[in-house]
Structures are given as C-alpha cells and as structure tokens.
Ligand binder design. Sequence first.
Ligand SMILES: C[C@@]1(CC(=O)O)c2cc3[nH]c(cc4nc(cc5[nH]c(cc(n2)[C@H]1CCC(=O)O)[C@@](C)(CC(=O)O)[C@@H]5CCC(=O)O)C(CC(=O)O)=C4CCC(=O)O)c(CCC(=O)O)c3CC(=O)O
Ligand SMILES: NC(=O)C1=CN([C@@H]2O[C@H](COP(=O)(O)OP(=O)(O)OC[C@H]3O[C@@H](n4cnc5c(N)ncnc54)[C@H](O)[C@@H]3O)[C@@H](O)[C@H]2O)C=CC1
Length: 199
Amino acid sequence: MFPVLLDLTDRRTVVIGGGAVGARKVSALLAAGAAVCVVDPRSALSLPPDVVHIGEAYRAEHLEGAALAFACATPEVNARVVADAKKRGVWVNAASSPHEGDFTLPAVVRRGEFALAVSTGGASPALARRVRERLEAEYDAAFGEWVRVLAEVRVEVLARVLDEDRRRELLDGFADWSWLERLRTEGAGPVREAMLARL
Ligand SMILES: C[C@@]1(CC(=O)O)c2cc3[nH]c(cc4nc(cc5[nH]c(cc(n2)[C@H]1CCC(=O)O)[C@@](C)(CC(=O)O)[C@@H]5CCC(=O)O)C(CC(=O)O)=C4CCC(=O)O)c(CCC(=O)O)c3CC(=O)O
Ligand SMILES: NC(=O)C1=CN([C@@H]2O[C@H](COP(=O)(O)OP(=O)(O)OC[C@H]3O[C@@H](n4cnc5c(N)ncnc54)[C@H](O)[C@@H]3O)[C@@H](O)[C@H]2O)C=CC1
C-alpha cells in the first residue's frame, strides 16, 4: 500500500449506497472539499445539504467523470461497481471486499492542514478508530493552531532569511515542542510575534 494525500477540491466523487458506511465516506469526502454524489434508490436518505442525491439503482453511467468511486451498497452491487470502475479507469474503494478495490480509507485526525492517517491494512478497522481517538486527544486544537502559525511564519522565513543554514536552523527551532507549550499558555498571536522577532 502506498499512502498519499489527494487534493479532491471540487472533484466529482461518487458514493454508491448511502447507508451507514456510505454516510461515513460522504463525511470524509466533504471534509476534503470534494463534490459528492450519492447513488441510492432509497428516497428517505438524510444527506448533508451539499450532496447530490441520485435516487436510482446504480448503473455504470453514474461513474461518468468521477475521480473516485466508493462501492458501499450490497456486496453484489459493489462487485459490479468495482468491475465497471476498473473498466473505466476510475479508482474505486470496495467497502465489502477491500482487497478487490484500489484503495482503502484510514481513520483520520485533522487539524487544518495537519493530518494523521491511521491504517491497519484491514486487520482491524475498530483498532484504527481507537488509535485515532487516542491521537485526537494528544494532537488537539492547540496543535492545529501551532501548525497554522508555523505555515505563516515559514512564508516570512523563506522571504526574509536568505542564508540556507540559518533558515534551516530557524525552521527546525520553530518545530520544537516547547513552542506548543508556549502557545497553550500565551495563545497563537504572541507565539507568532515571538517567532517573527527571531528573524
Ligand atoms: C478495509 C477497509 C476498507 C474501506 O472501507 O476503506 C474497511 C473494511 C471493513 N470495515 C468493517 C467494519 C467496520 N469499520 C468501521 C469503521 C471504519 N472503517 C474504516 C476503514 C476500513 N474499513 C478500511 C480498512 C482500515 C483499516 O484497517 O485501517 C475507517 C477507518 C475509515 C472509514 O470507513 O472512513 C472507519 C473508522 C473511522 C474512524 O472512526 O475514525 C467500524 C466501526 C467502528 O469500529 O467504529 C466497523 C465495525 C467494527 C469492525 O468490524 O472492526 C468491515 C466489516 C463489515 C462486516 O461486518 O461485514 C469491513 C470489510 C472487511 O473487513 O472485509
Ligand atoms: N468498509 C467498512 O467500513 C464497512 C463495510 N461494510 C460493508 O459495506 C456495505 C454497506 O454497509 P451499510 O452501509 O452498513 O449497509 P446499509 O444497508 O445501511 O446501506 C446500503 C445502502 O445501499 C443501497 N443500495 C442497495 N442496492 C443499491 C443499488 N442497486 N444501487 C445503489 N444503492 C443501493 C441501499 O438502499 C442502502 O441505503 C456492506 O456491503 C457491508 O458489507 C460494512 C461495515 C463496515
């Protein structure tokens, strides 16, 4: 398996089957800024507002223009989705038989641009969830703030510090955990100013 982070902003993604599993994939896709379409003949689906619901039984044409497809219906339907997607060169996640798909989903901790992805390779999705829950407590909102401040300060460092060794030393120093502790007590603004004062 090869971990990557895909930019799905405004890319068409198709989730076949809007049950419990499909709904989980939909949330993850929306969090990534994708354009999400759910194919499910059930009329009483409660989907988030930005999701397009195609209230029909799955047909291969539903995959048209998709960057990714998620087969989350019954195993029989999923097998068809996987075969059709492969024929069309659309990458597919197969919820009922993961090893037949092209990729699986990890459990994810998100803090702005910072992301931790946990996979057990299908050994135990429940364990992936528990590891995610543990990491979520450690990599909390303050950690996300730190990453945001680092992104802002890094732009300044790259623009203003021309000596490479000095640049590396500064950037490495700002990634020291002591800054996180300082941010927890003083807040993001003062930490940003303290970093910039070192340039
Ligand atoms: C292979 C994979 C393929 C894929 O879907 O991409 C897959 C497959 C299957 N999952 C099953 C069951 C459950 N999955 C969850 C939850 C999650 N499953 C996710 C990913 C993956 N699930 C991929 C591997 C990831 C890895 O191994 O690391 C997470 C991480 C991400 C996500 O879905 O978005 C998300 C947690 C998100 C979070 O909370 O952070 C829970 C609920 C829970 O524990 O809360 C249960 C019930 C408990 C249990 O069975 O463990 C079954 C059996 C179905 C049956 O009973 O028939 C299969 C099919 C099979 O194994 O054949
Ligand atoms: N990857 C994972 O994390 C997990 C995967 N699974 C697998 O995922 C699949 C879905 O599980 P759930 O969401 O719990 O089931 P569910 O029964 O809640 O949802 C399935 C949905 O598929 C729809 N559907 C049925 N036929 C369809 C068709 N021809 N076209 C489009 N949609 C159709 C149904 O209307 C229903 O809304 C199952 O195959 C199950 O084995 C189950 C648990 C976890």
